[in-house]
Design a protein around this ligand. Structure first.
Ligand code: UD2
Length: 296
């Protein structure tokens, strides 16, 4: 696909002159493999939107609302309408076992909601783990040739600020808000060598979120295919990785370096006090009572 690499701007577009000597110095804005790390103040939204408008792209988002998690869906959808790729073609796919309870949310032209019925589940670990498989099937059966980019997002979260074209890339990972100032020895990677999600001591770049990742459709297809197959191999050996698909995702991203990394602005947690380098919270997990919300 040429949609990721070839950037063409409209002629005569006026915007602030970029500086080559001034910029953010309080955070790292590029990884050692030269992928940009997206923080507020590192990009021009007007310029990026103008570039991507010319490409006529469609962005899919998947979200799972199984069991009691259906209660989070309305705020997720309402705030996505306000902040998630506003002005662009967005197709949101909701996977749920409670089709009748999907709220009606008014969407702008060019944006649509699709509901996919899935069976209920008794273990939250299973719901979380099944996501990779269902996204894989969705891509193979419905999205190919219709969608350029896809993001897979947790439903128990809300948008509070812009999440737009600055986040587009081949393979896109989000830094987990809980560990980004920590030494890698503290990252909750899967540490049993028998697991296909294993990350050895001294390895690993960042700890990424299971709650948000994405990129070009083909790249995400590869990711979910491999993570799901590794998950099945583990299951055959009676292993469930420490943080289910999040562990497999972290293993995948260690080997397949993301081409764009989103700062924790792109997935904060409501209960966390804000740190000074975080100038805007774009998307954040709501505080929930696990005992009450999970099936068991
Ligand atoms: C973390 C991760 C999550 C996942 C999980 C462990 C972040 C911020 N969160 O979140 O992505 O890796 O740990 O596997 O990265 N769901 C349902 N019904 C259920 C249970 C889960 O629909 O009964 C879906 C729902 O979309 C939810 C997602 O699965 O957002 C993740 O589950 P969680 O919210 O219980 O996981 P959490 O918050 O501990």
């Amino acid at each position: 696909s040429n949609s990721d690499f070839h950037l063409v701007a409209p002629d005569h577009l006026l915007y602030k002159q970029p500086s080559i000597v001034q910029g953010r110095t309080d955070v790292v804005t590029v990884t050692p493999w030269l992928a940009p790390v997206i923080w507020e103040g590192t990009f021009n939204p007007l310029l990026l939107d103008s570039i991507y408008k010319l490409k006529n792209i469609t962005i899919a988002a998947t979200v799972f609302a199984v069991g009691k998690y259906i209660r989070f869906l309305k705020d997720f959808l309402v705030t996505a309408e306000k902040h998630f790729f506003t002005g662009f073609g967005v197709h949101i796919y909701v996977f749920t076992d409670r089709v009748d309870e999907v709220p009606h949310v008014q969407m702008a032209p060019g944006r649509q909601l699709m509901v996919i019925s899935v069976p209920s589940s008794n273990r939250w670990q299973e719901i979380s783990a099944r996501r990779m498989e269902l996204v894989r099937t969705l891509i193979e059966e419905k999205l190919r040739d219709h969608v350029d980019y896809i993001f897979c997002l947790d439903v128990d979260s809300q948008f509070h600020g812009r999440w737009g074209t600055e986040s587009l890339g081949g393979l896109v990972a989000v830094i987990h808000p809980g560990y980004y100032r920590d030494d890698r020895s503290k990252f909750p990677y899967e540490r049993r060598p028998e697991s296909r999600a294993y990350v050895a001591p001294g390895e690993g770049d960042f700890y990424y979120c299971g709650g948000a990742f994405g990129g070009l459709l083909q790249e995400v297809h590869q990711l979910v295919k491999i993570c799901h197959s590794n998950f099945l191999d583990d299951a055959k050996n009676n292993i469930e990785a420490a943080w289910q698909e999040e562990s497999h995702l972290n293993r995948y991203m260690w080997i397949n370096k993301p081409s764009k990394v989103l700062s924790p602005e792109y997935l904060w947690q409501d209960f966390k006090p804000i740190n000074p380098e975080v100038r805007i919270i774009r998307f954040s997990g709501v505080t929930k009572n696990y005992a009450e919300i999970r099936p068991n």
